[in-house]
Every structure is written in C-alpha cells, then in structure tokens.
Design a protein around this ligand. Structure first.
Ligand code: GDP
Length: 228
C-alpha cells in the first residue's frame, strides 16, 4: 500500500503497531541529563538512542513519539545542550530508556565542544551493551552529509546497530522523498552496522510515527500478545 510518505510503508502488523501505541500512550518522563558516563543510569533494561545533526528535528520527533510537547526541549541555540537526556515510560508496561543524544554538526561550535560531544557519545556507545539501536535522524531535504557519514563510521566501529530515520518528510513531494530514501538505502547497504530499512517520518504530520513507536516497542520487548 502506498502511504502518505509516497512510499511502500515498512510492513508492521496490527499487533506491532498496537504495542507501539501502548508504549507511547503511557506518560513518559525525564529521568536525567548526563554530562559524563559516570552519571548514566544503570544499564539494566533495553534502551534506544536518538542522534542527529542539530536542527534535524530530533526534539520534535521525540515529542511526537511521546505525544508531549516540551518533553524533549527544542533548542533554538544550536549546540547548547551537551547532555545525554534520558527518558522513560512511567512504570507498568515495560522498563526501557530513551536517550536523546546532543545534536552534532553545528557550524559555529568551537572545536573543544565538538571534542566533548565526540568523547561523551563515543564513551556512551562503547560502554552500553543494553543499547539496542541508535536512530540516526537525517533531514530528508538534505540527505546524508559528510558529518552524518562520520557518525555512521563511528557507529560501525562501535558495532552499535543504527537505523536511519528521515525527518521532515512533509517538506518534500512524494517523488523527491522516494529519491532520497532510495539514495540513503543504497549508501547504508555498505555499512555493516546499519539496519537495512529506512524510516520516513514527519513530526509535523505524524507520518511514520506509529511505525517508529512500533519499532521502539519491539526493541523494548513490549509483549505483543498483551497489546492486542
Ligand atoms: P533538533 O535541533 O534536532 O531538536 O530540531 P527541532 O525539533 O528543534 O526542529 C528544528 C526545526 O525544524 C524547528 O523549526 C521545527 O519546527 C522544524 N521541524 C521539526 N520537525 C519537523 C517536521 O516534521 N516538519 C516540518 N515541516 N518541520 C519540522
């Protein structure tokens, strides 16, 4: 079936989508902001992380996922936040963490800040066996930039599975969106740690959000039988 993003939607079953709904119908809350890995919460449950260039639409997409404006703070000051922000659903369905990694690639950031970002994120990626997947957000209007490819190289080296999520899909027509999706899929085929399916989303219109919720629910281990 052709979806609103003008493409074949990745196949998710009704039960998988319902599990995603259930996980994100729960209230989510901010756990803490982490500036050094010694402050990370214990790695005792599955977690997913969101990464992307500054302004890619990461906060908007996380807020769309949790249906809560302002949970992930949209930052108008690129590069300001150098924290790993940790979120969790309120107890009940399943225990998991969602990590919002600081945006990278801000043009004016001093080198020291970039190094700090790299060190913090590298330490996190290397030392986190419970990290199930990194969602690497790419602005659909721009496609993969060199800096994104650097991050992909870092993720490949850390052997952390990552999945490309195209953001702001509403800003392109279906033809252009398909072209950027195809081009991205071809690039990631050469990356050993990349998950083969590219998700197309729009936080603004809600496109792809149920599929992203379902993906997180699957990684978090939400019981499918209980979700139907
Ligand atoms: P972040 O820096 O990655 O957290 O990006 P933000 O979530 O703050 O978004 C950056 C800008 O892109 C803001 O002006 C948002 O309103 C806009 N934006 C984010 N998501 C979408 C989307 O799905 N569609 C459109 N049209 N704009 C978006």
């Amino acid at each position: 079936m052709t979806g609103p993003t003008g493409d074949e939607e990745a196949a998710f079953s009704a039960a998988e989508l319902a599990a995603g709904d259930r996980l994100f119908l729960r209230p989510w809350r901010f756990v803490k902001g982490v500036i050094g890995i010694e402050h990370l919460p214990p790695g005792d449950r599955p977690e997913v992380a969101f990464a992307g260039r500054s302004n890619v639409g990461k906060s908007s997409l996380i807020n769309a996922l949790v249906r809560k404006h302002g949970l992930a703070r949209t930052s108008n000051t690129p590069g300001r936040t150098q924290e790993l922000n940790v979120f969790e659903p309120e107890p009940g369905l399943v225990d998991c963490y969602l990590f919002d990694l600081p945006g990278y690639g801000f043009a004016k950031a001093p080198k020291a800040k970039v190094d700090q970002w790299t060190d913090l994120v590298k330490d996190y990626l290397r030392g986190r066996p419970t990290l199930s997947r990194v969602f690497l957000l790419i602005d659909s209007r721009h496609g993969l930039k060199d800096i994104d490819r650097d991050i992909m190289g870092m993720l490949d080296a850390s052997a952390v599975t990552y999945q490309i999520v195209l953001t702001k899909g509403d800003k392109l027509n279906a033809y252009k969106l398909q072209a950027v999706k195809t081009a991205t899929t071809q690039v990631i085929a050469k990356h050993p740690a990349a998950f083969p399916d590219v998700l197309v989303t729009s936080a603004e219109k809600g496109h792809g959000v149920p599929e992203l919720r379902a993906t997180v629910a699957q990684l978090a281990g939400v019981d499918l039988a209980a979700a139907t």
